[in-house]
Design a protein around this ligand. Structure first.
Ligand SMILES: C[S@@+](CC[C@H](N)C(=O)[O-])C[C@H]1O[C@@H](n2cnc3c(N)ncnc32)[C@H](O)[C@@H]1O
Length: 284
């Protein structure tokens, strides 16, 4: 006689006994409830913890960059270039979008596959985040070795070539470009240097080429920032640029702490795009 069947028979007997007195369905609904609660807790855990971690990291980044900005920028001498991660990580609180404008306005005049010379590129933030997705080739130029090292480490891309060189005294990496960008830098050159650079840029641009750049209107911070050419109005900037380009358009954007002049210069009026050609359009 086999004895192996006995425990199984006992289990079946117990189960049918429990079923008869209704305890089995009670046990089943209890274990379903436990299972559901466990699932809910697991879901909360997965969703809750990483979300809290992200929130904490966001706040830490915002605190870190606003402190870094305060230390670096409100001392006696401001640095020559700005780390735009500060704008990125404090945007939620600052709600100031001006740092995006130069990337968007320059990107707007870049046809797919174009060649770009990004003058005074600093850490390559704009070349990487705005231009590299559309340009075929970008030469990004800055004479500060620290900037170029950081650009190569943080903003490398197959279409961008970073060059540590003086844009004023050295030849541009190529002889011709479709687009030249020159943002937030013109005011750091003196008048004679601006003329030298404008002549070099004009020579590098073909008939359909365009220079897209921006300047800051002179204000109480100009001296501390080391600006050498003070632009008091869009008209002043326009007459300077008109000495080198037949078509110049300027768009002004004003913020409580700064007024920006975005300029587009070309040998073709059509290339100026949405920027008004002869008059200043103010966005206030
Ligand atoms: C205020 S930053 C602007 C950087 C960037 N275009 C932007 O929009 O944030 C000015 C940059 O110009 C660079 N620069 C100044 N004179 C230069 C020159 N002669 N040749 C190359 N770079 C120069 C500085 O090293 C600095 O990184």
């Amino acid at each position: 006689m086999s004895t192996t069947g006995s425990p199984a028979l006992i289990k079946v007997a117990i189960k049918s006994g429990l079923q008869r007195i209704g305890l089995l369905s009670l046990q089943e609904s209890l274990s379903k409830r436990i299972h559901d609660t466990e699932n809910r807790a697991a879901r909360l855990w997965i969703r809750g913890l990483p979300a809290l971690k992200a929130l904490w990291m966001e706040r830490s980044l915002a605190r870190y960059y606003s402190r870094k900005q305060a230390i670096e920028w409100y001392g006696r001498q401001a640095p020559l270039w700005y780390d735009h991660r500060t704008d990125l990580h404090t945007w939620n609180r600052s709600r100031n979008p001006q740092w995006v404008e130069r990337g968007v306005y320059a990107r707007e005049v870049m046809p797919r596959g174009c060649s770009v010379l990004d003058l005074c590129c600093a850490d390559g933030f704009y070349a990487h985040h705005f231009y590299s997705v559309v340009a075929g080739h970008i030469d990004a130029v800055d004479f500060n070795r620290q900037c170029i090292r950081r650009a190569q480490a943080a903003h490398a891309d197959s279409v961008i070539e970073y060059h540590c060189m003086d844009a004023l005294s050295e030849s541009f990496p190529r002889t011709a470009y479709d687009v030249v960008t020159w943002d937030a830098s013109i005011q750091y050159f003196d008048l004679a240097q601006i003329h030298i650079l404008c002549a070099k840029i004009a020579a590098a641009l073909g008939k359909e080429g365009i220079l897209s750049g921006s300047a800051k209107v002179a204000d109480h911070a100009s001296e501390r920032l080391g600006e050498r050419c003070y632009f008091n109005s869009a008209d002043e900037l326009r007459s300077l640029l008109r000495e080198h380009f037949p078509h110049v358009a300027i768009l002004e954007t004003a913020y409580p702490e700064r007024t920006n002049l975005y300029f587009r210069c070309s040998f073709s009026a059509q290339r100026l795009g949405g920027f008004v050609k002869e008059e200043v359009r103010a966005c206030r």
